[in-house]
Design a protein around this ligand. Sequence first.
Ligand SMILES: Nc1ncnc2c1ncn2[C@@H]1O[C@H](COP(=O)(O)OP(=O)(O)OP(=O)(O)O)[C@@H](O)[C@H]1O
Ligand SMILES: [Mg+2]
Length: 367
Amino acid sequence: MVYLFEDKDDPMRYLAGTAHKHTIGYYEGHPTWRVPVNEAFIPYHIGVFASTGGGKSYLTRLQLIPMFLNAGFDVLVLDWKGRDYAPYFKKQNVISISEIALDPETVVSYLCKKMGNFGYLSQQAKGTVTQALEEFVYSESWRGLSVNEFRKVFYTSMIQALNPRNLTSGKSFEDQQRFERGYRRLRDSDIQNILGTLTANDILQLVRERKIIVIDMKKTGRDEKLSVFLTLARYLMDLMQNDEDLNLALVIDEGPQYCPFNPDSIQKETTDMIIDLCALGRSHKLCVCILSQGMAGEIGINAAVRRNLNTQFVGKIHPLDINEAGNWLSPFNIDPKFLLSLPPGHFYFMGNMNLSPIPLLITFEVK
Ligand SMILES: Nc1ncnc2c1ncn2[C@@H]1O[C@H](COP(=O)(O)OP(=O)(O)OP(=O)(O)O)[C@@H](O)[C@H]1O
Ligand SMILES: [Mg+2]
């Protein structure tokens, strides 16, 4: 039998029954047909895929985040560019990455980079000056200082450490020159970035109090952003390993920065961490929600991570992703070529949060 639905009929309520009250967007062409979701699968993780300008960040901000909050999940957003979320939330819901305390290892590599690596050819080629810097940073004597106090303590400690009478190796004059040259490059804003005091525990407490916290990451480089992510993620892992339920959605925009197709160095660490978060998250109510311009291959996210995202929103895709999109949509007789020209803010909703047996084309209004 075939039913014909008119606008006022809302077939979506048949999908939802009485059990499911949370929705996401509406069925394309029918603004009154809100699309129900199966909230039980929120901790089975979510992938949002569309090429640039496809509306991923808008979908997340205007539809996914309100849905998480309604379903009783607090939300922690990592705003890579500081442009997609931070400007849209109240001040009390936004913290700058520079307010977060970095671990010493990160501080050393950050300061080295900002001081031109003291003229050494690579960070691996560590000289006396780098060693003195490490000593200083690991002493933790600089925590909690103002920028000017930091400058004073830093400069004095370094010059003293490089003083020829204290040196057991190295060439004192050259070392001091290297340091002075590096020091002149160090700006107040660079120093500000390492003087943060908020710990992962502090941040989670803020998330609990305020329900949503956006971390504005615009001011720092890639490695510092990823280090902050690792600091937070390690803390969440600890809680879950102690069998705590998190009731938390972690929104990771610009997914390929954290878990690229073929990760190495720090991205290898963040990719492995995301896989672990996904695995433990399923049973501890953590939802990992990853946004990416590409799905598979070089433009996509790591395949092992992708396999953990059990609900997908797929908007306008890049032609390179036509095969991957075909894998998902062809079984339902949806031609993946159709995805090349989807307008912004239109997504196929599929996977285990979708109550319908077939993918649904959804959209939403921009307020
Ligand atoms: N539902 C919608 N209806 C109409 N326009 C929309 C909708 N959603 C998004 N847009 C438009 O598309 C633009 C791009 O959206 P958005 O910034 O979310 O893209 P994105 O996929 O996150 O891109 P990028 O990968 O570059 O971050 C927005 O500025 C907005 O004007
Ligand atoms: Mg975006």
